[in-house]
Design a protein around this ligand. Structure first.
Ligand SMILES: C[S@@+](CC[C@H](N)C(=O)[O-])C[C@H]1O[C@@H](n2cnc3c(N)ncnc32)[C@H](O)[C@@H]1O
Length: 157
């Protein structure tokens, strides 16, 4: 199982989509406060539909609390300023995938604290600003799951 970590997410429908994505892939979703919305926000619940009940969603006061409680195998940060293409990483069960807030991205100091091999980017055309948060989570999570032969999925192969 993988861990998706949203650092101070701001936009309810993005987190709603990600809740649904995590429910469908057997992924644990971790939300690092402050959040830009309440978890019972109607816009979030609309995007998450009934899957909210099935997804494993945890909340933390800060990233250190997440690291202490969950102790992931490794922490990969996703950023437009990443140093390694996400498709070149070798993802393993219990890895954590960390994504930044929609308007700010991850703090520079946090990125600088990680080895370059754990700072990942998703390729874009020149002059592009960034991808949508929930699209980025879907791309990277499915690549991680694909590398692990979609472990636990029905109808594979
Ligand atoms: C809308 S983006 C934030 C934009 C912010 N101005 C920046 O450059 O990081 C929200 C989050 O989606 C992820 N993201 C979006 N595009 C990405 C890309 N091309 N490569 C890696 N992560 C990306 C990152 O985790 C980012 O913090």
């Amino acid at each position: 199982m993988f861990h998706v970590v949203l650092y101070e997410p701001e936009i309810p429908p993005n987190t709603g989509n990600i809740i649904r994505l995590c429910a469908n892939t057997g992924t644990c979703l971790h939300l690092i406060h402050p959040l830009g919305f309440r978890l019972d926000d109607a816009k979030l619940r609309r995007a998450g539909l009934d899957y909210r009940e099935w997804a494993d969603v945890q909340e933390y006061g800060d990233l250190d609390e997440f690291l202490e409680r969950i102790r992931p195998e490794r922490l990969f940060a996703l950023s437009t300023k990443g140093r390694r293409c996400y498709a070149d990483a070798d993802f393993r069960p219990n890895d954590a995938l960390l994504f930044g807030p929609e308007t700010r991205g991850l703090p520079e100091s946090l990125l600088a604290s990680l080895p370059e091999s754990h700072r990942l980017y998703v390729p874009m055309k020149p002059e592009s600003r960034s991808l949508n948060l929930s699209n980025t989570v879907a791309l990277v999570l499915y690549e991680a799951w694909r590398q692990n032969r979609f472990s636990g999925a029905v109808r594979f192969g």
